[in-house]
Design a protein around this ligand. Structure first.
Ligand code: FES
Length: 426
């Protein structure tokens, strides 16, 4: 499906908080959702009317998710063709249907209502809002992150198709990440849950996903974005906006629509201020004064893609491996921050060949035997080390390629001893 080219930043609706109802008794699969959830869920309908202008939840977004797939299916199931103008008939079963209420605010806080609620047990009037505000105030930072993908196919088939693909890919990605952490004997930075969500607005930018409690909304997503979306979810979720806030560095800027708590104008300004630079940094080789211009010293370098394709390309001594990779359009080096050590999207492995098979994927499990000689002063710094914590598949040979300079020694090692840059899968 082609991307919609209209600008994404500033396209997220202006909300202060978001409530997501998660079915607690039955699985309510997104394929059973009609175009308007008000027509089937009395609780959703009530909360949506409170969220209208002047209502007790003014400024809140209200959505619904599927619920755990292991729950029994509801009897009767919702009718996906139910007309949007219809309201659910009075039915004790429907009114007693229980949901977990997840609530996120614009300060990066997430709370769950202490027990499942139904329309009958919903606090009346402003009590819900005041209680949530108190709960957010008291909430500690959570080690959980939630990625909601809009899969609401009866609202717009683009969300049903591209959203569902993205949802499955993200779930695989989360499982892979958990396996990698297990192998490395490390706990994941966060427990990430990937859930479907009903219509959030902006179908033309399908697939749309929300990363909470960070509060970031993304659009025009494809399955290839899953690793970077996961990385954004694994990042800290504070609400400060400064360069010490790792979250700002790890936002998936090319797909960013906006954030809870920002007006649409602020979202656009925020993108201008914090988004990737328009012009990437370029290495300029100074000319020797008063003589013929010195030819830059070019050396051959070897990169290998995750799929096993070899690239032998020329690099200029002194430039970064990231700049070489980008100039030759090599896969998997996105370099969103342009080399300022603020994104980790230039992550790759610099490693020796496997002893028994020099053409296979290199030995990622250790840094090159000659690391000191090869990297010299560009050996792993503390800042790079910190930023690498946010690379999804970090290994002992991991480096941020924007931090590694091309040298004669690096080229010799690659050409004579089988050293290489192993590119990532993404
Ligand atoms: S390009 Fe962003 S950290 Fe290297």
């Amino acid at each position: 499906m082609p991307y919609d080219p209209s600008p994404l930043p500033g396209s997220a609706p202006e909300y202060k908080a978001h409530i997501v109802l998660v079915p607690a008794q039955y699985a309510r699969e997104s394929m059973t959702w009609p175009s308007h959830m008000e027509s089937v869920s009395p609780l959703f309908s009530e909360l949506s009317s409170r969220a209208k202008k002047g209502g007790s939840l003014d400024g809140y977004a209200i959505s619904l998710s599927e619920g755990d797939a292991s729950l029994p299916e509801a009897q009767p199931a919702w009718d996906p063709h139910r007309d949007k103008a219809m309201r659910p008939p009075p039915s004790q079963v429907a009114e007693d249907e229980m949901y977990w209420l997840y609530a996120y605010n614009d300060q990066g806080k997430f709370v769950t209502w202490p027990e499942p609620i139904s329309l009958r047990t919903l606090p009346s009037g402003p009590t819900l809002r005041t209680t949530l505000e108190r709960m957010w105030k008291e909430a500690k930072d959570t080690k959980e992150a939630h990625i909601y993908v809009c899969t609401h196919g009866m609202r717009d088939c683009r969300c049903g198709v591209v959203g569902t693909e993205l949802l499955h890919t993200l779930r695989d990605q989360v499982a892979q990440h958990a396996d990698t952490c297990k192998q490395d004997n490390k706990a994941p930075a966060k427990q990430v849950r990937v859930m479907s969500v009903s219509h959030v607005g902006g179908h033309k930018w399908a697939a749309n996903a929300l990363v909470y409690p960070h509060g970031d909304w993304y659009g025009n997503l494809r399955t290839s974005d899953a690793p970077l979306l996961l990385r954004a979810a694994l990042a800290p979720a504070s609400s400060r906006h400064d360069l010490d806030d790792l979250r700002e560095r790890l936002v998936l800027w090319p797909r960013w629509r906006g954030r809870l708590g920002l007006t649409q104008a602020e979202q656009r300004e925020h993108m201008n201020e914090w988004g990737p630079p328009v012009v990437y940094t370029a290495h300029i080789t100074p000319r020797a004064r008063g003589g013929p211009s010195a030819a830059p010293s070019q050396v051959p370098l070897r990169f290998r893609s995750y799929a096993g394709e070899w690239f032998e390309v020329m690099g200029t001594i002194g430039e970064s491996l990231m700049e070489v990779a980008r100039r030759h359009d090599l896969p998997s080096i996105e370099a969103t921050c342009g080399g300022s050590l603020e994104c980790a999207t230039c992550h790759a492995y610099i490693c020796d060949a496997q002893k028994n098979d020099p053409m296979a994927r290199g030995d990622l499990t250790q840094k090159p035997a000659k690391a000191e000689q090869l990297f010299g002063t560009t050996e792993l710094s503390d800042d790079e080390d910190d930023m690498l914590e946010y690379a999804i598949t970090r290994k002992p040979s991991s480096r941020l390629t924007c931090q590694v300079r091309v040298t004669q020694a690096l080229s010799d090692w690659m050409m004579k001893e089988g050293g290489r840059v192993e590119l990532n899968q993404y």
